[in-house]
Write a protein that binds this ligand. Sequence first.
Ligand code: ADP
Ligand code: ZN
Ligand code: MG
Length: 492
Amino acid sequence: MHYEPVIGLEIHAQLLTASKIFCGCSTRFGAAPNTHLCPVCLGLPGALPVLNHAAVDDAIRAALALDCTIHDTSIFARKNYFYPDLPKGYQISQYEQPLATDGVIRANSDYWTPDHDIRIKRVHMEEDAGKLLHEGFPDSDRRSYVDLNRSGVPLIEIVTEPDLRSAKDAASLFGYLRELLMAIGVNDGNMEEGSLRCDANVSVRPAGTDLLGTKAEVKNLNSFRFLQKALEYEIERQNDVLNGGGRVVQETRLWDVGTGRTIAMRSKEEAHDYRYFPEPDLPPLVVAPARIAALRGQMPELPAARRTRLVSAYALTPSDAATLTQVAPGLDAYFEETVLAGADARLAKNWLVGPVLASMNDAGEDAAAALRVRLLPAQLARLLALIDNGTISGSIAREVFAKMFASGRTADDIVEAEGLRQLDDESQVRGAIADVLARHADAVAQYRGGKTATFGFLVGQVMKATAGKANPKRVNELLKKELEAGAAGGVG
Ligand code: ADP
Ligand code: ZN
Ligand code: MG
């Protein structure tokens, strides 16, 4: 029997505020262990939390991007459990009255799967716990260490309804969520540093039925590949259990990278009773409609809408639009400015995702912001105009670009100073052709004997003889004419 997978995701995203959610300690990643701490984030007796409203604004932005209903009053609650990375013995989260509920990510199959809407159940705010270090110390075989810098860092948790139907769709949707959160400036998308983490809930049921099966939750998947692999494995496993006459038990499982399997961590019976209750040290969070309206007004264009617009405004393909919006942050905005400064859209796109991006990587940079420091969109547009109007060839343009990138000089300046204009004087091109034909009589004879593949070789020789400054299209035309005229005249 074939069982249909049913998947829902719980995603934790670290907000980009400079300070923690309930104190003024820094959120910066990578500091020396246990240096960003105070009585509040250590949970010392008598220390009182004070809500960071910059974090609330970020959470509202995320809720707006996910089309949620944002509640005017939400409640912080204590989630009680005992673990060495949690100094207070409880985590401040939201439970019965979260900040936002009932959102949706609309299908847009040009850019991600699935091809149907995914409902968002809730978005709530909470604090992160510290981090246990099990490796890297001389006595790591006997002890674990704890770094509490992360304790109190602001998070949102996004919970989807169980609307996903394949491992691939789950990974794709997680990818889109990452992009969305980065685009609205609330998360840095850095999954290696743990800024974005995913728990996946999965069950199976007879295809075509409506009731939900018993789910397993796979914790802490911090890459798209692991998410997909863990779900594929888990779907197989549950299918096998049911087909073998067994039943799936509700449990929490872990993805084991080494063996490529999920392994049981704790069953429902061992599940925590978190004894949630309203946080007595924090008042209800009240969000005024005017605040939501103001944040809505500042929302940037969201990635899906942006791609759709790029396709229609600049006649790009969906895949070009996806590349421009995904390959480096801000490259799409840079592209639009280049086109507004007069560049041809396709040429601008090809250059940006080609040579321009390649040189940024060479220089150890990865963002469009770094590009602007060296080269403004209008300067790139001017370079592309020189190709477009035949002043320089594409290959010369690459040299000019490298020089612009390294020195900040303008394209015109470099072309003039270094004599890189294409030869408009056709007599020079004709001269070079005559020369090449005389020097390569063998190749000429082969061409005229029907081995036309040598044509490319002859073009290359002419380009070389003119130091790349001849117009390649014109060289092609003139060379072909010469070769054919010679053949008609019976030479060779
Ligand atoms: P719990 O109370 O066990 O935490 P929730 O209703 O809060 O369950 O859902 C947690 C996550 O699990 C959500 O992403 C939801 O979509 C998903 N989920 C719930 N039930 C199922 C199920 N039977 N199969 C797959 N996913 C499920
Ligand atoms: Zn603190
Ligand atoms: Mg839950």
